[in-house]
Write a protein that binds this ligand. Structure first.
Ligand code: ADP
Ligand code: MG
Length: 726
C-alpha cells in the first residue's frame, strides 16, 4: 500500500515531488502549499503592500496599480520557486465549466534573450478573446469585448506548471458574462441586508458571511468500458441499457467498504485538494453501485464554490490516472440513484455567531428565529425561481424521479422547529425563547434545544431541509456550478431581510422593545410560511403534488417553462433591487439556458439515432439471421417447425422491434429537424422537450432488444459490467 501511495503521489505531482507518503508528514504540513494565501503573502510581500491589499479585500477599498504590482512581484517569486512557467486568468463562463488561457511568463529582455515577466496589470485584468462563450446576445456586436478581472477574495493557486488567478468575466459595458460576478453581488447584498438586523442584537458586527458546504456526488466507471460507450463519452450518460439484476436493492454499497482502486483515487484527490487549501473532509460510497461522495468543511460561499470547481477539475484529471472516468451527470444510469450536489447553506457574522443556529440566550434565540423565518419567507416567495435556478436538461432526469427531491420546492423543518413556530404564534410577543434542557435555565413557554445534532430528523425527499444549524438545498445537480443556486438563494434572502427590516423599523418607532417589535413583525410571516412552504411529509407522493398546487406553490415540471420565472415581475424586482442582475442580464441568461437545453437534447437525439442504427440494429439483424438459419434448417431436416417454436417467436419479436426502432428513429430525426429550424430560443427549447420524450420512447425497444439478443453479439458494455468495480 505504501509503495502504491508513493507511486500515485509521484505520478500526480511530477513538478513537486511530495513525500506525503512519508509517515511523518501530516496533512497540516502540506495543507495549502499551492495557494498564495495570507500566510504566504505576509512572507513574500512588502508590509505596506500587504496592508493595502488587506484593505482591498476586507474593506472593499479599490485596488491601485502600485498594490497590484507589489502583489504580482511577490506572487511571481513564490510561483517560480514552485516551477511555474505559465499564468492564466481562471474564470467561470456561462457554459458552467471553468475556462483558462495560459500565457507563458516570458518577455523579451531587450538584449536578445527573455526574462520572466508578470506585473500588476497582468494580474488585475486581461482581455481574452473569449467571443465563443455563451453570452445570450450580450456580446453580439463586434465592439462588445469581454474582460477578466482578478477576484482577490479567492486565493491564486498553482495547477501543475501554471499560476491560476480566479477572476470575474464581464463585458465592456459591465454586464456579467459568468457565474462568479452575480454570486459576489448576491453575497454583498445579503451581507448588507442582514447587517443592520444583526447590529440590533450585537453592535460589534461589521459583516455577515454566507457559508456553503457542498456535498459532491459522482460515479466512477472504468475508462476502457467508458471508451466503448459512445453515449457516455458524448452525452455523459447511458442513453440505453437494461437494468442489472442486482443494483442497489440490497443497500450494500451505501457507506460500504471503499473498493481499493477507488480508495487510491480518493487519496490522491485529497492530497491534491489539501495542497490547494481545500478542506476535504468526508468520503464515502453512495447509494448506487459505483456512486461515491465527497465533501469539504464549509466556508465562505464564493471561495467554497471556486473550490468545488477546482475539485471537479481535479477529479476529472486524477480519475484517469487510476483508469477511471468520473461521471457528474445527474442520471448516468436509469434505475439507480442519480447524483446531486447538496448545497448546505447558512449565514454567520464576523463576530462568530451562526445566524441559523440556536443562540446562547433568549435574545440569541430571537435572532436565530428572525433569520430562520425570513429564510423561509424568501424561499416561499421565490420557490419557483429557486427551482428554476437548479433546472437543466440533465437535472430534469433526476428531479421527481423517486430518489431525489421532487420538482416542487418546499422546506422541511422537523418536529422541533415546527412546534416552536406554532408555539410562537400562541404566546405573547414578549415571551422569551428559552434554551431547552440546559441546567440552571428556567423552563420557558417556548424552548429551543441548544444543539440540534441528535434532534433534527432528516427527510431525504425534501429539496430544502433544515438541519440544526443550516439549510440543505438538495436539489442542485451534481455537474452544476453552485453559483446559480447560491446567487438566487442569497439574493432572495437579501430582499426578504430588507422588507423585514422596513417593517421592523415601523414597530420599533412605536416605542416597542426589540423582542416585542421583532415578534410582532415576525408573527404574520410565521403564519404565512407554516401553511405554505413548510412540508415535512413524503415529497414523492402524488398527494403532495395536489396539495402543493392547492397551497399555490410552483408545480411546473417543464424545464423550458421554469426558466421563464427568471424574468417574471417578482424575480426582476428582487434581482434589480438587490443589485444582483439587470433585466438585460436575466434575459441573456435565459437565452443561454434555453440554448444549452436545446443543444443537449439535440446531441442526445443524434447519438440515439446513430447508436440505434449503427450499433443496435446490426447486432439485432445478425442475431435474427442466425435464428432464421436455424428455422430454415429445422424445416429442411424435420419438415416442420415444431421443434423450433422459440426461435420463430424470437424472430418475430426481434423483427417487430427492428421495425419499431427504424420507424421511431426516422420520426425522431424529423422532430429534431423541426425543433432546430425554430428561431426563438424558448420555442426551440419547448420543441426539444418533445424530442426528449421521443428519445425516451425509442429507448424502450432498444432496452428490450438487449434482453433478447445473444449476449456475444451485443455491441455495448452492459450495466452489470459498467456498474461494478471490484
Ligand atoms: P450529510 O450527513 O448531510 O451527508 P456531510 O457531512 O456529507 O453531511 O456534509 C455536510 C456539509 O455541510 C459539509 O460540507 C459541512 O461542512 C457543511 N456544513 C456544516 N455546518 C454548516 C453550516 N453551518 N453552514 C454551511 N454548511 C455547513
Ligand atoms: Mg453527505
Amino acid at each position: 500500500m505504501s509503495n502504491d501511495r508513493t507511486r500515485l503521489a509521484k505520478e500526480s505531482f511530477v513538478k513537486r515531488p511530495i513525500s506525503v507518503d512519508d509517515p511523518c508528514k501530516k496533512i497540516s504540513d502540506y495543507y495549502g502549499d499551492l495557494i498564495f494565501d495570507r500566510r504566504k503573502m505576509k512572507e513574500y510581500l512588502d508590509p505596506e503592500i500587504f496592508k493595502s491589499f488587506l484593505e482591498c479585500v476586507d474593506k472593499g477599498v479599490a485596488l491601485d496599480m502600485k498594490t497590484a504590482d507589489g502583489v504580482a512581484a511577490g506572487m511571481k517569486e513564490w510561483a517560480m520557486q514552485h516551477g511555474v512557467t505559465h499564468v492564466t486568468h481562471w474564470f467561470q463562463p456561462l457554459s458552467e465549466v471553468t475556462a483558462e488561457k495560459h500565457d507563458c511568463l516570458i518577455d523579451y529582455d531587450g538584449k536578445g534573450g527573455v526574462i520572466e515577466a508578470f506585473d500588476g496589470r497582468a494580474l488585475a485584468q486581461q482581455e481574452p478573446d473569449a467571443s465563443s462563450f455563451p453570452s445570450g446576445g450580450i456580446r453580439a456586436t463586434f465592439e462588445a469585448r469581454g474582460y477578466t478581472a482578478w477576484d482577490p477574495t479567492s486565493p491564486v493557486f498553482i495547477e501543475e506548471d501554471t499560476l491560476c488567478i480566479p477572476t470575474v468575466f464581464i463585458s465592456y459595458t459591465g454586464e456579467a458574462l459568468d457565474c462568479k460576478t452575480p454570486l459576489k453581488k448576491a453575497l454583498k447584498a445579503v451581507s448588507d441586508a442582514a447587517l443592520p438586523i444583526c447590529r440590533l442584537f450585537d453592535p460589534k458586527v461589521s459583516k455577515v458571511i454566507s457559508y456553503l458546504g457542498w456535498e459532491q456526488e459522482y460515479f466512477l466507471v472504468d475508462e476502457s468500458l467508458y471508451a466503448a460507450r459512445t453515449d457516455l463519452m458524448i452525452t455523459g450518460r447511458t442513453l440505453m441499457g437494461h437494468n442489472s439484476s442486482k443494483n442497489q436493492q440490497l443497500g450494500d454499497h451505501y457507506f460500504g467498504a471503499i473498493p481499493p482502486r477507488v480508495a487510491a483515487f480518493m487519496r490522491d484527490l485529497e492530497i491534491a485538494g489539501h495542497k490547494l487549501g481545500i478542506p476535504l473532509k468526508t468520503r464515502h460510497n453512495e447509494a448506487a453501485p459505483n456512486q461515491f461522495e465527497l465533501a469539504p468543511i464549509f466556508g465562505d460561499t464564493n471561495l467554497a464554490n471556486d473550490q468545488n470547481q477546482i475539485v471537479m477539475n481535479l477529479m476529472n484529471k486524477l480519475a484517469r490516472k487510476h483508469g477511471f472516468v468520473v461521471l457528474f451527470h445527474e442520471k448516468p444510469f436509469a434505475g439507480v440513484n442519480g447524483s446531486g450536489k447538496h448545497n448546505n447553506w447558512s449565514l454567520g457574522t464576523d463576530t462568530g455567531t451562526m445566524l441559523l443556529a440556536p443562540g446562547k440566550d433568549p435574545m440569541g434565540n430571537l435572532q436565530f428565529i428572525t433569520f430562520f423565518v425570513n429564510v423561509l419567507a424568501a424561499v416561499q416567495r421565490h420557490n419557483g425561481l429557486l427551482k428554476a435556478s437548479i433546472a437543466s436538461a440533465t437535472n430534469a432526469h433526476r428531479l421527481g424521479a423517486h430518489e431525489a427531491p421532487p420538482a416542487i420546492i418546499s422546506a422541511f423543518l422537523g418536529n422541533t422547529m415546527t412546534s416552536v413556530l406554532h408555539k410562537l404564534l400562541e404566546v405573547p410577543s414578549d415571551t422569551p425563547i428559552e434554551i431547552a434542557g440546559k441546567e440552571g435555565r428556567k423552563i420557558g413557554l417556548v424552548e429551543i434545544p441548544e444543539i440540534f445534532i441528535d434532534n433534527t430528523d432528516r427527510n431525504r425527499t425534501s429539496p430544502f431541509a433544515f438541519i440544526g444549524n443550516r439549510f440543505e438545498f438538495r436539489a442542485v445537480g451534481a455537474p452544476a456550478n453552485c453559483a446559480t443556486a447560491m446567487t438566487t438563494l442569497n439574493a432572495a434572502v437579501a430582499e426578504q431581510l430588507l422588507l423585514f427590516k422596513a417593517d421592523l423599523d415601523k414597530e420599533l418607532a412605536k416605542g416597542k422593545t426589540l423582542q416585542v417589535a421583532v415578534m410582532d413583525t415576525l408573527k404574520p410571516i410565521i403564519a404565512r410560511v407554516i401553511d405554505v412552504i413548510c412540508f415535512d411529509g413524503n415529497g414523492y407522493t402524488e398527494e403532495w403534488k395536489k396539495e402543493a398546487e392547492r397551497r399555490g406553490l410552483d408545480v411546473e415540471d417543464s424545464v423550458p417553462e421554469m426558466f421563464r420565472t427568471f424574468t417574471s415581475e417578482g424575480s426582476v424586482e428582487m434581482f434589480t433591487k438587490t443589485g444582483v442582475y439587470s433585466l438585460k442580464e436575466l434575459e441573456a441568461r435565459n437565452a443561454v439556458k434555453w440554448e444549452t437545453y436545446s443543444k443537449k437534447i439535440q446531441i442526445e437525439a443524434s447519438v440515439y439515432v446513430r447508436m440505434a442504427i449503427n450499433h443496435i440494429l446490426p447486432a439485432a439483424i445478425e442475431y435474427k439471421n442466425s435464428l432464421l438459419e436455424t428455422v430454415s434448417k429445422t424445416k429442411e431436416v424435420f419438415g416442420s417447425l415444431d421443434s423450433c417454436k422459440t426461435e420463430v417467436d424470437l424472430t418475430r419479436e426481434i423483427s417487430a422491434l427492428i421495425e419499431d426502432i427504424k420507424a421511431q428513429s426516422d420520426r425522431l430525426k424529423g422532430k429534431a429537424n423541426e425543433a432546430e429550424a425554430l428561431a426563438d430560443e424558448y420555442e426551440k427549447a419547448s420543441a426539444y422537450q418533445k424530442v426528449a420524450k421521443a428519445c425516451d420512447e425509442l429507448r424502450k425497444p432498444l432496452d428490450r432488444l438487449e434482453e433478447l439478443v445473444d449476449n456475444r453479439l451485443w455491441p455495448l458494455p452492459k450495466y452489470r459490467e459498467l456498474l461494478f468495480i471490484s
